[in-house]
Design a protein around this ligand. Structure first.
Ligand code: 5GP
Ligand code: ZN
Length: 110
């Protein structure tokens, strides 16, 4: 936990979030500024800014949870995105994986 980290505060419940999933080492919630309907974030509870800061055993639920969320929101097409560092467009310095559904534009689901 890092006292000043907004995602650590979300994990603790000090900042409210739309929680989707929680286990002893993984947390998932809806993004506050969604790029599409169902845009979610999956994070390790272990605080680290970049992927290489997180121990392997704290990462092993991330992709299975991302898969479940993609299935749950009915996203056939979607992006999984994980930014590391400012040049790579990272804004929040707690590792997070975006799940961004790509709705069929013809169906107007976004
Ligand atoms: P990054 O650019 O660091 O990969 O993405 C950070 C993401 O965190 C952004 O999509 C942003 O909307 C989301 N975010 C930032 N602050 C909050 C917050 O307080 N609550 C939630 N749910 N999402 C947040
Ligand atoms: Zn943190």
């Amino acid at each position: 936990m890092a006292a000043a980290c907004i995602f650590c505060k979300i994990i603790k419940g000090d900042i409210p979030s739309m929680k989707i999933f929680e286990s002893d080492k993984t947390f998932a919630f809806l993004d506050i500024s969604p790029l599409s309907k169902g845009h979610a974030l999956v994070i390790p509870k272990f605080h680290g800014a970049k992927l290489h800061d997180i121990p392997d055993d704290q990462l092993n639920e991330i992709l299975p949870v991302a898969k479940k969320i993609a299935l749950a929101v009915g996203a056939d097409d979607y992006n999984i995105l994980q930014n590391n560092g400012r040049i790579a467009h990272q804004v929040v310095d707690h590792v997070h994986f975006h799940i961004i559904p790509k709705p069929n534009e013809k169906e107007g689901l976004s």
